[in-house]
Design a protein around this ligand. Structure first.
Ligand SMILES: [Zn+2]
Length: 262
């Protein structure tokens, strides 16, 4: 969908701190302060966004145990959530000042979610869709925990993005239909292609929509336990499913077309 996560390396995080600090000097109204704590999260925002933090906290906490139980993890610290007052401030903070309006949320390391305020969602997103974005970004953090020291190295992008969208409820009939039509027209990229294109190409080839239908197909057909095994050890694809990735890709097309899976 129209969201994207970004993992910045240590150097970028340092730069990020420097960047926000320098930008916000003299703009005290925009300073992000610790404004709310819930059971598993700490929220930072400007004064004008404090009123949205209750909704963000309820949304995250309502989804927290489901996601961590699915992945079989415990997170031993509170995750920071930084809510920037508008698109310009958010894009400046992540050092992507020219980013498009669909770029509304991300993760910084395994401890921090950054996002634009749902009160100023920009031209692409809405208040409601940003309530899904925050769950999407938390799911990325939970995936990192589930994979231990491996990070996202070797994790297929369709699996990482598809599972984050699945947990966030970012799938609907329109998305399924678009993907079905592209499969029928044989214009859909292969699962392998989804992993090898650039971030921008991934977005423009409907990579988010394709990915969430792949994950939904795997969960509906084979259960979430196998999907979680796959997230932890993607190289064991054939061992986990007892089928080749090629065969599963064929089954996914049948699933989309509502055909009997063979
Ligand atoms: Zn994502």
């Amino acid at each position: 969908m129209k969201t994207r996560h970004v993992v910045l390396n240590v150097l970028s995080i340092a730069f990020y701190v420097f960047l926000t600090t320098s930008k916000l000097v003299g703009q005290n109204n925009d300073t992000l302060n610790l404004a709310k704590e819930s059971q598993h999260f700490k929220f930072y925002s400007t004064n004008s966004d404090i009123k949205v933090l209750d909704s963000l906290a309820i949304t995250l906490e309502n989804n927290y145990s489901g996601i961590t139980n699915h992945l079989g993890i415990q997170i031993d610290k509170k995750i920071k959530v930084k809510v920037y007052p508008n698109m310009q401030a958010f894009h400046a903070a992540i050092n992507l000042p020219d980013a498009p309006d669909w770029f509304v949320g991300g993760t910084l390391s395994t401890e921090e979610i950054v996002m634009v305020s749902p009160l100023h969602p920009g031209s692409v997103h809405t208040y409601a869709s940003l309530m899904q974005v925050i769950v999407h970004e938390f799911t990325h953090i939970a995936i990192y925990y589930a994979r231990g020291d491996k990070g996202v190295t070797g994790l297929p992008r369709w699996l990482n993005e598809g599972y984050a969208q699945y947990e966030a409820g970012q799938i609907n009939a329109r998305i399924r239909k678009n993907v079905e039509l592209s499969v029928l027209a044989k214009s859909a990229p292969t699962w392998t292609q989804l992993n090898t294109v650039s971030d921008m190409e991934f977005g423009s080839m409907n990579g988010y929509g394709l990915s969430v239908t792949i994950v939904e197909f795997l969960i509906v057909t084979y259960g979430i336990d196998k999907l979680v095994l796959l997230i932890k050890e993607p190289a064991n694809f054939e061992i986990i499913y007892g089928l080749s990735e090629y065969t599963l890709e064929k089954q996914w097309a049948q699933y989309l077309k509502h055909e009997k899976i063979e």
